[in-house]
Write a protein that binds this ligand. Structure first.
Ligand code: ATP
Ligand code: MG
Length: 426
């Protein structure tokens, strides 16, 4: 093999497509029921867009970005997430207006230079939403509820919603100081990465999986006890609305997201069916980002679903959707005249909106029948020299093995009638 895919990337093969399509279809369906509109932003943006919003000291910006100089000497980054690009696009295209709510959704590949392992890739897919224009805690609950409805619709159980508040500009700094002091007093017991985080981003220590840090994380001060009046009330109201919507949740005082732009509500959906990489959805509020990007002061909230991990869970535990090609017609031909008629018919069947296929390898009639079976054709039209001469061809129902003659000058209509009907006579 001369070339192989890059480390951390993979080919998603036709065999897995029914699961992907089912996931994509259900995401779109639910997003549209909640009145979101799709937006597609470029795969690459200026490096600064991500560095500024996600935060220089975050794992994503400090370690995981695909950054390069283009031929015009600009620093370009392949998007590691879509919130920053969507915010940029919404401001640039004037989608955010005063006293209006803007609801956008997206679906597509993201790129992070991570150590590849199960559920962690360098190119992965996310589908998510962003809402601009409201700070109502009822909206936080609606957004969380939407992510839960998607999981429900896909037949997934054994999921839990973890929720926390990361405060705001006025209450977080005091908490950060306290946290820093706390971890500093335990510095010699923390892992090397966390020792570095002490200065740059002590909040991230709470997310460390290293056993030596775990003990200290458990006893660390919780942000929830440091929230200002506004953030505290907001959090209580989110909980109130989650209860109204009958959403089950767990308050997780240690939940901090890896992106600096979050304010107030943060949440994650975790699957009990996955190993270490068990978060299938992450989101939260980011009330300062629009103004930081030069837009009008506009509160916002969103989430991203990790589609690769969802597909893994769905393959094992979801409601399976089987993509039957049950209306497919195979045209088996023998001889030049039959092939010509076959090619014309193939075009017309497809133009009429039905799937059809024929042989382009030069197989024998017997092998063509086998091929029709392999590709799960519902009908096979057998066209040989005798059939051309007699003006009649044989049409075979591959499911029932019944067959009968059809007139060649009415062949298109005859076939379509059968492809349309559910229980035909053969
Ligand atoms: P994790 O803690 O697993 O690294 P994260 O906090 O970096 O996740 P987010 O930036 O919140 O993840 O992205 C939302 C979702 O996207 C995650 O919950 C996960 O399902 C998915 N995701 C993130 N990074 C990857 C990756 N490298 N490969 C596959 N899926 C990913
Ligand atoms: Mg990550």
């Amino acid at each position: 093999m001369k070339y192989t895919s890059q480390r951390g990337t993979r080919d998603i093969l036709p065999v897995d497509m029914p699961v992907w399509h089912n996931l994509e279809k259900n995401c779109r369906k639910l997003f549209e029921l909640y009145n979101y509109f799709e937006i597609r932003t470029p795969i690459f943006e200026s490096t600064e867009l991500f560095a500024r919003s996600i935060g220089e000291s975050s794992d994503i910006v400090s370690k995981e970005m695909y950054t390069f100089k283009d031929k015009g000497d600009r620093s370009i980054t392949l998007r590691p997430e879509a919130t920053a690009p969507v915010v940029r696009a919404a401001i640039q295209n004037n989608l955010i207006e005063k006293d209006k709510i803007t609801k956008l959704y997206y679906m597509g590949p993201m790129f992070r230079y991570e150590r590849p392992q199960a559920g962690r890739y360098r190119q992965f897919y996310q589908s998510g939403v962003e809402v601009f224009g409201s700070k109502d805690p009822a909206l936080d609950a609606e957004v969380i509820s939407l992510s839960v409805q998607i999981m429900d619709k896909l037949g997934l159980s054994d999921l839990s919603v973890k929720i926390n508040s990361v405060g705001c500009k006025s209450c977080r700094p005091k908490y950060m100081e306290t946290l820093k002091e706390y971890f500093k007093s335990n510095a010699k017991n923390l892992c090397e990465t966390c020792n570095n985080r002490l200065e740059t981003n002590p909040l991230r220590i709470l997310d460390c999986k290293d056993p030596s840090c775990q003990k200290h994380i458990e006893n660390a001060p919780a942000i929830i006890d440091f929230l200002c009046e506004e953030c505290k009330t907001h959090f209580e109201k989110v909980i109130y609305w989650l209860n109204v919507l009958n959403i089950k949740y767990e308050i997780n005082k240690r939940l901090v997201r890896g992106l600096d732009y979050y304010t107030k509500t943060t949440f994650e959906i975790v699957s009990g069916k996955l190993g270490a990489q068990n978060a299938v959805c992450g989101g939260g509020r980011y009330d300062n980002l629009v103004v930081e990007f030069g837009g009008n002061d506009t509160p916002a909230i969103g989430f991203a679903i990790g589609m690769d991990r969802m597909v893994e869970v769905l393959k094992e535990h979801g409601t399976q959707s089987t993509e039957h090609r049950f209306r497919l017609l195979y045209i088996a031909t023998l001889g030049d005249a039959a092939k010509k008629l076959g090619v014309e018919l193939l075009l017309n069947i497809r133009k009429s909106g039905y799937a059809a296929e024929m042989d382009y390898i030069g197989k024998s009639l017997k092998s063509q029948m086998k091929e029709a079976d392999r590709i799960k054709a519902k009908y096979v039209l057998i066209l040989g020299e005798d059939e051309i001469k007699s003006g009649k061809a044989m049409l075979r129902n591959m499911e029932t093995a019944e067959q009968g003659e059809v007139l060649l000058d009415k062949v298109l209509e005859e076939i379509i009638v059968r492809l349309q009907s559910k229980g035909s006579k053969f």
